[in-house]
Ligand binder design. Structure first.
Ligand code: 3HC
Ligand code: NAI
Length: 693
């Protein structure tokens, strides 16, 4: 039973005990009903306390049960709450740590609530694409007022218990031991009758229509493709306009509707995907970690400066090394400017800025880095330069220091072999801007030690990144896939599209930016540089030369005010370029191709299925450990639409046989060599399976 029942004198105590967060799964729900029944049956018991074992009261419904029969199996959370509410002995919720979602709804169904300070109170369902489905939208407004409650429900944000101590949510704050305090409180109110119920609180809200209209407009503007936030407003509106039981039924209907949506499934996939990414099957979760108290960064360029900021933001002192004072000064000045911009936006105080800047120092001597616990190299993408740096690091760094490379394409095993300690070498592939982007690809070399991998994963969490492990291959997970996407974008230009048309289709699908705007932002010269190397190594790989022609014109993107588009000074807006469009049309003609009208559907399918097919190869080769890791890379590093759950999840929702059918269709087009279906895709499609089991 994942809820236990014990008697403390004349008080019955039910303890939720379902690690890790006391999720209200079927067994826990049944345990609560059982406990309440036993307390009611025993005439010696005068009141009941419900509390949570471990770190908190309850993190809510057990989301692993969603879409399984157990979620609906009685006793449902509604039934549990009804049993509590209708009990003829007082039930007190004793809250610490977290009371979220169904956990808070359970507490709202109790007659009384006491809490310790610091407990995280939230109805975060909206973040999972649903709304509170066990009375939260009807009861929370009754204790906090419509505006505060709606704000919490629509954002899903957490509020600390002490901030709500003066509301009807809490009857008493407990300063000392929670259980002792809750028992004392229960004794005090044991004989009070009638028992207070949140459902009986009258919700008065004059001028509700005006406020709700305002709320709907505001929420609509930020909800994007997600249906849940507006439904949250509808549910709270029902709390005002409907009788309590009708409101509950209405909320329940909306919940059941939302839980089935692809958007909600995508958000739940991302929630579990983020947590799964930090687990490596052959690295036990209790692997002892190396201590990271200080860091070094080699190279203070675009990436080095951003990487250093990550350490400082997490309170870790960091030294940046450059070859020349001028480059170092430039890097330090960039960092200061970035922080000042953040401060101007009101997101950083002067004190925080000073503290962070104070943690970042510069040097030109390797000896100054020797005692750092980790050093991240971010010098030019050139194996000879990497060799020089790693040879020096090997000579000076203290034993046990982690030696990381931010290379985006080079072989991490080869880099590790420049040292006598390949077990300490790992890839940490940050994304630009490194101080902003959530993704950190962690490249596990052939010889990378397990504790180095575990420490780097833990460090990712500490610096607030989503760490995803990749094996060694050209481009790792993200860039290897994006190459196929960009390749299709190039072919589309040759066959009849212009950049704007491709970008529009991709952005309508939900990408933050289409492939050409993205390339203009990242710098077209980077891809050009990589292609020169790549297609010398692999001359059999075809690609459109139109991007090379663009670079030959010096159109590197935003940084040269000209790329696939034209840019004006001080304006990031992309303006269609006649010069480029003429160049593309002339290029098609030079290939003897008749340009044709290409539908949005074809554009999107070719871009996205190119990602999916390469993702399947990556999965099959074991470069990625699981399909959700690939999805996390794309959601956090490449602007893939969250409401679609990532490329592999999206393919699952389309159905793998459908994806395969389209791939086979495109293989009959102008570039069949780019559409060889991944064997794993063929197998899963034939077996009626999905990438994400
Ligand atoms: N159900 C099942 N498992 C859950 C869970 C839940 N509600 N919440 C968290 N977990 C699991 C995580 O998957 C993770 O598992 P793992 O160790 O196997 O990877 C583990 O608990 C720890 O989670 P975190 O790493 O997130 O731990 P933190 O201590 O950082 O955070 C937390 C704890 C604040 C509770 C955070 O996990 C969280 O925000 N959880 C989601 C809460 C939520 O959305 N609740 C609403 C659920 S829907 C609902 O209640 C419907 C109702 O209205 C009917
Ligand atoms: P950059 O050119 O902006 O910065 C490189 C810096 O390294 C320069 O300041 C240079 O003076 C310094 N440097 C060169 N050799 C050095 C040496 N031997 N010792 C000390 N400093 C040295 O380059 P950027 O863009 O920051 O890239 C750095 C690394 O990060 C590369 O490996 C690149 O592939 C990778 N990367 C780049 C991304 C990007 O979007 N720019 C994204 C992800 C990874």
């Amino acid at each position: 039973m994942s809820a236990t029942y014990q008697e403390h004198g004349d008080i019955g105590v039910i303890t939720l005990n379902n690690p890790p967060v006391n999720g209200l799964g079927h067994a826990t729900r049944a345990g609560i009903v059982d406990g309440v029944g036993r307390a009611l049956d025993n005439p010696a018991i005068k009141a009941i306390v419900i509390t949570g074992a471990g770190k908190g009261f309850s993190g809510g419904a057990d989301i692993r049960e969603f879409n399984s029969p157990k979620a609906l199996q009685e006793p449902s959370l509604h039934t549990v709450i009804r049993v509590i509410e209708e009990a003829d002995k007082p039930v007190v919720a004793a809250i610490h740590g977290v009371a979220m979602g169904g956990g808070l709804e359970l507490a709202l169904g109790c007659h009384y609530r006491v809490a310790t300070a610091g407990a995280q109170i939230a109805l975060p369902e909206v973040k999972l694409g649903i709304l509170p489905g066990a009375g939260g939208t009807q009861r929370l407004p009754r204790v906090l007022g419509v505006e505060t409650a709606l704000n919490m429900i629509v954002t899903g944000n957490t509020v600390l218990s002490e901030k709500l101590s003066a509301t009807k949510l809490f009857d008493q704050m407990i300063a000392g031991d929670l259980i002792e305090g809750a028992l004392a409180f229960a004794k005090k109110i044991a004989d009070t009758r009638p028992l207070p119920k949140v459902r009986d609180i009258r919700l008065n809200y004059p001028n509700a229509d005006g406020y709700l209209q305002f709320a709907r407009n505001t929420v609509r503007a930020v909800a994007g493709k997600f249906p849940a936030p507006l439904k949250c407003v509808d549910a709270v509106a029902a709390a005002i306009s409907k009788k309590f039981d009708d409101g509950i039924r209405y909320e329940r209907d909306l919940f059941l509707e939302l839980v089935q949506t692809t958007e909600s499934k995508a958000l739940r996939h991302a929630f579990f995907g983020e947590r799964a990414a930090s687990k490596v099957p052959d690295v036990p979760s209790d692997t002892p970690l190396r201590d990271i108290q200080s860091a070094g960064v080699i190279g203070a360029g675009t990436m080095g400066a951003g990487i250093a900021m990550n350490f400082a933001n997490a309170g870790i002192p960091v030294k940046m090394l450059e070859m020349k004072q001028e480059a170092l000064d430039k890097g330090l000045a960039t960092i200061r400017k970035n922080y000042e911009n953040t401060m101007k936006k009101g997101k950083l105080t002067q004190e925080q800025l000073d503290k962070r800047i104070g943690l970042i120092t510069g040097t030109m001597a390797y000896a100054d880095l020797a005692q750092a616990d980790i050093v991240v190299e971010a010098v030019f993408e050139d194996m000879a330069v990497k060799e020089k740096v790693f040879t020096q690091l090997d000579a000076v760094m203290k034993p046990g220091a982690i030696l990381a490379s931010n290379t985006s394409t080079l072989d991490v095993d080869q880099i590790a072999a420049f040292t006598k300690r390949p077990q300490d070498v790992i890839g940490t592939h940050f994304f630009s801007p490194a101080n902003v982007m959530k993704l950190l690809e962690i490249v596990r070399g052939e010889k990378t030690a397990k504790d180095v991998l575990a420490t780097t994963l833990a460090l990712a969490k500490k610096i607030r990144k989503t760490g995803v492990v990749s094996g060694v291959c050209d481009g790792f997970i993200g860039n290897r896939m994006v190459e196929q996407y960009i390749r299709q974008a190039g072919f589309l230009l040759e066959e009849g599209c212009l950049p704007e048309q491709v970008d529009k289709a991709a952005e309508k699908f939900g990408f933050a930016m289409g492939p050409f705007r993205m390339s203009d932002l990242a710098g077209n010269d980077i891809g050009w540089y990589i292609r020169k190397r790549r297609y010398i190594e692999k001359p059999e790989v075809t690609y459109s030369k139109v991007a090379d022609l663009l670079c030959e014109k010096g159109r590197f993107g935003q940084k040269t005010s000209a790329g696939w588009y034209d840019y004006k000074a001080g304006d990031r807006k992309a303006y269609a370029s006649d010069e480029v469009n003429q160049m593309i049309i002339a290029h098609s003609a030079s290939l003897g191709m008749t340009r044709r009208k290409i539908s949005e559907q074809e554009i999107v399918e070719r871009l996205v299925y190119a990602l999916v097919n390469e993702g399947a190869l990556i999965l099959e080769e074991g470069i990625a450990m699981r399909a959700s890791d690939i999805d996390m890379v794309y959601l956090t590093g490449y602007g893939f639409p969250l409401f679609r759950g990532g490329p592999m999840f999206y393919a699952d929702t389309v159905g793998l046989p459908n994806v395969l059918m389209s791939i086979r269709k495109y293989a009959k087009g102008s570039h069949p060599e780019a559409w060889k279906p991944a064997p794993l895709l063929e197998i899963l499609a034939a077996e009626g399976k999905a990438f994400n089991a």
